[in-house]
Design a protein around this ligand. Structure first.
Ligand SMILES: O=C(O)c1ccc[n+]([C@@H]2O[C@H](COP(=O)([O-])O)[C@@H](O)[C@H]2O)c1
Ligand SMILES: Cc1cc2nc[nH]c2cc1C
Length: 352
């Protein structure tokens, strides 16, 4: 491991119990029946613990970082979409025309696009970072998708993006991904880190029929059988069956956690990266907020393994960071309550 990755892992610390206690005490004194804000109350407590202060900072400004990469396993027929759609959608993100751009505008978040492994050379733009590690992975069902050095380089791209965003003032980071075929490595990663069967974690991705789903599940099973995967060696797992955007998202999540900034986890690709981040640094889970429950079955398995309850459950399975962007106003509201709502004392409201 390089000094950067080692230092980041060492900087990930547990939540601050004092700040969490202060948030729980404050929640009990606000002008509402105790517990009436449900999940939002525990979320506010977790974010106070992450920040080490009560109330924690509002999650603004916020940026969705969309990490894009391509996949050698595309050759196995695991997705109906041609590989060039990855590069074409990156251009769409940069032009502001994708769903994530719309949802981010609605939530007041910025969008940043990072080419960490797109197969086709892209033309740079104001919001496109060229950090290409290689032009797509190798086919994980026949050989390791990446070398350890490539996987580590991609993790460090994500670390660097998180660090730069925090240094420029971001108070909340949101995960995004784009990569045709990337639900296949996500399924393999989730199986490797949770020990669940390929059939329990492999889903329909962008939309495939029963026959293709059976084939995709078999491709994941073959990959797991081919590589000797040790969940205690997350870099090795990412290299063998991961993707460049999965590795970069792992670094991005670790970078957020090391800086004690919340990171909203989007769908199944981010959830698989979150498992890798937790394998590197178990305390990084304190920085993770599950934005939504993706329809992809592996997402539910991964979030349950991490002990995270998703904020929204809308049957979405788009990726791009769309579910994370939709969840941002909910996170903001949870924190804002601690900043603004009057206490029984201050408002002169009688207690029961
Ligand atoms: O976020 C999710 O849970 C999610 C679920 C299904 C598909 N996707 C997106 O769809 C693409 C991968 O789907 P596939 O079928 O090509 O593996 C990739 O660009 C992902 O961002 C994303
Ligand atoms: C059109 C399209 C948009 C996407 N956004 C994220 N993954 C995607 C996959 C496709 C195919």
């Amino acid at each position: 491991m390089t000094a950067d990755l080692e230092a980041t892992i060492a900087a990930v610390r547990p939540a601050d119990e004092t700040a969490m206690r202060a948030a729980r005490d404050l929640q009990a004194r606000l002008t509402k029946p105790a517990g009436s804000l449900g999940t939002l109350e525990e979320l506010s407590v977790r974010l106070a613990g992450l920040a080490g202060v009560c109330p924690p900072p509002l999650p603004a400004p916020a940026t969705v970082a969309v990490f894009a990469g391509d996949h050698g396993v595309h050759a196995q027929g695991v997705t109906p979409w041609p590989q060039e759609v990855t590069a074409q959608m990156v251009a769409n993100f940069v032009a502001g025309g994708a769903v994530v751009n719309t949802f981010a505008r609605q939530a007041g978040a910025d969008v940043m696009v990072v080419d960490v492994g797109v197969a086709i050379p892209l033309h740079g733009g104001a919001t496109l970072l060229d950090a290409n590690v290689r032009r797509g992975t190798r086919d994980l069902s026949v050989e390791p998708a990446l070398t350890r050095d490539e996987a580590q380089a991609a993790v460090e791209v994500g670390l660097g993006v998180a660090q730069a965003l925090v240094e420029s003032g971001a108070k909340c980071l949101l995960t995004g991904d784009m990569g045709i075929a990337n639900t296949t490595p996500a399924a393999a990663l989730i199986a490797a880190f949770t020990g669940r069967d390929p059939a329990a974690v492999t889903g329909r991705g962008t939309g495939i029929d029963d026959e293709t789903l059976a084939h995709k599940t078999e491709v994941v099973a073959r990959a797991l059988a081919r590589h000797r995967l040790d969940p205690a060696d997350p870099l090795g797992v990412l290299a063998a069956v991961g993707g460049l955007e999965h590795a970069a998202l792992t670094g991005f999540i670790l970078g957020a956690a090391a800086n004690r900034v919340p990171v909203i986890i989007d769908g199944v690709i981010a959830a698989s990266a979150a498992l890798a981040a937790a394998a590197f640094a178990p305390d990084s889970v304190a920085a993770m907020v599950a934005g939504h429950r993706s329809a992809e079955p592996g997402a539910t398995v991964a979030l349950a393994h991490l002990g995270l309850e998703p904020l929204l459950d809308l049957g979405m399975r788009l990726g791009e960071g769309s579910g994370a962007a939709l969840a941002l106003p909910v996170v903001t509201a949870a924190v804002r309550v601690l900043h603004e709502v009057a206490t029984f004392d201050s408002a002169g409201v009688s207690e029961k």
